[in-house]
Design a protein around this ligand. Structure first.
Ligand SMILES: *Cc1c(COP(=O)(O)O)cnc(C)c1O
Length: 469
């Protein structure tokens, strides 16, 4: 063994650097929550690149490097981080993440991750129960809502056609119906599946940005007349831009009459099933064929970890109906819950289950319901504040912790108003005091806030609005 290899695997230096890093992170969490550091230090991409290209790494210790990473990264635990839907990790979950990183169990087959494999089934069962998907269900953990949505649509294709697409390829124009406000990854999934532009049948939204379920029949007929065989409808729970939930019960009823696959993209807000106060938003999801819920959005885990739940377990086995002889021995053909690679896109994947399990067992289910309640309540509170303030406009009273609003200056044209709100967003980004984002609703630019931190308060919102107006 060379000296370098010996160093790289030395448990004692790991112990030393590890303790230093945990101290560093704990201090960081304190500073971020108390706002004694900025939410973000803006740098142009090329400046950032130059910094790291010329970075002098001191080989005596990695700790200064970790410090610099902390300094030069966006701080999602900061109360003024109210931008994209990435959760301030519950730190205990990040310890499980670290353990996964070191153990590096491959997870594709049972013996390459025995504990995390069994725990995966335990946590999937909890989520099935919370969604109300019945006893015939099953599910997997996979790497992100984007991949989970693609996987669910592959399941839809394999389960709703008489032909075996996995073997024959696509022999007819297929289509998926989805609201025009759905996350872009649904559109991308459909195109990856080879269905092209025609394959995505967009359903318009109402003035609350929910899918117009009253138009499902008409859109279905139109697509069918154009030679498109609809296989699935995707409900957004909620959609990304505005955080509004589609009427899942109405979509379920439509899918039932037409024998379509009903998929719920609950990447962001599926976690509402934990909340007594907000679980009504997920009504109808129990009838879905598949449901996606991200851990790293509203279930407090580090990225990346996503639940993909199925009403019928056999449907999940049909998705990748392919033999990998070197992984499975003859006796292992068929449905085995414990060989996850049969049902996931990934071969190697992280030990995701332990990141959720540790939070659930340490703090109970209440921690998830408290979290959803806290953040969704703050969404309403912020919306109310905007309605009460002169010079501001609210896009829609929010269902969730996503709120879209604009600053309106009298006398501006539509285009000028768009530019003005874009300028506000850019100014905030560059100042680094707040992190918010923007979105397009129709032709209009709106400022968009997602309240992800329990440390965000009414005062945070007041400071934000004072700083803008
Ligand atoms: C965030 C989000 C996604 C994408 O999920 P990732 O985990 O980021 O891949 C998909 N759909 C909706 C509705 C989302 O909010």
């Amino acid at each position: 063994m060379t000296e370098k290899i010996k160093q790289a695997y030395d448990p004692n230096s790991f112990r030393k650097y590890g303790h230093e890093l945990i101290d560093l992170i704990s201090d960081h969490l304190e500073h971020a929550s108390q706002q004694s550091i900025p939410v973000n230090e803006w740098q142009e991409p090329n400046e950032q690149l130059a910094y790291w290209e010329n970075y002098s790494f001191d080989q005596k210790s990695p700790t200064p490097f970790f410090k610099d990473i902390l300094k030069k990264s966006i701080h999602v635990h900061h109360p003024n981080y109210i931008g994209h839907q990435v959760v301030p990790t519950a730190p205990l979950s990040a310890l499980a993440h670290l353990l996964s990183g070191v153990l590096n169990n491959g997870m594709a087959i049972y013996e390459m991750g025995a504990a995390a494999t069994a725990i995966e089934k335990v946590v999937v069962n909890l989520l099935l129960k919370k969604v109300g998907m019945g006893t015939e269900g099953d599910g997997v953990l996979t790497s992100g809502g984007t991949l989970a949505n693609l996987t669910a649509l592959l399941s839809a294709r394999q389960n709703k056609l008489e032909t075996d697409t996995w073997t024959t390829g696509i022999t007819q124009q297929l289509g998926v119906m989805v609201s025009s406000e759905a996350h872009y990854c649904v559109d991308r999934a459909v195109r990856i599946m080879g269905l092209g532009e025609k394959g995505i049948v967009k359903i318009p939204v109402d003035n609350q940005f929910r899918m117009r379920t009253d138009l499902l029949q008409e859109c279905y007929d139109k697509a069918t007349a154009a030679g498109i065989k609809i296989i699935a409808v995707v409900g957004s729970a909620p959609s990304t831009s505005t955080g509004m939930y589609d009427d899942l019960s109405a979509i379920a009823a439509f899918c039932e009459t037409k024998n379509l696959w009903f998929h719920v993209d609950g990447s962001h807000g599926g976690a509402a099933v934990f909340s007594e106060k907000y679980k009504h938003l997920m009504a109808g999801a129990a009838q879905a064929d598949s449901v996606v819920i991200d851990g790293h959005k509203m279930l407090m885990t580090p990225g990346i970890m996503t639940f993909l739940l199925y009403k019928n377990k056999s449907a999940s086995y049909a998705t990748f109906n392919q033999k990998a002889q070197y992984l499975w021995s003859k006796t292992e053909e068929g449905e085995q819950w414990y060989n996850y690679a049969k049902r996931t896109f990934e071969c190697t994947k992280e030990m995701m289950s332990i990141k959720f399990y540790v939070l659930w067992k340490m703090y109970g289910e209440e921690v998830f319901s408290d979290f959803v309640d806290d953040l969704y309540d703050k969404g309403s509170a912020f919306a109310k504040m905007i309605e009460d303030r002169a010079g501001y406009e609210l896009a829609v009273p929010p269902d969730s912790n996503i709120v879209c609003f604009r600053h309106v200056k009298p006398g501006l044209t539509k285009a000028q108003l768009n530019d003005w709100n874009s300028e506000i967003r850019t100014r905030l980004l560059q100042q680094g005091e707040f992190y918010i984002v923007q979105t397009m609703l129709g032709e209009e630019v709106w400022l968009r806030v997602t309240i992800m931190s329990v440390h965000t308060t009414v005062e945070t919102f007041e400071n934000l609005l004072d700083g803008i107006g």
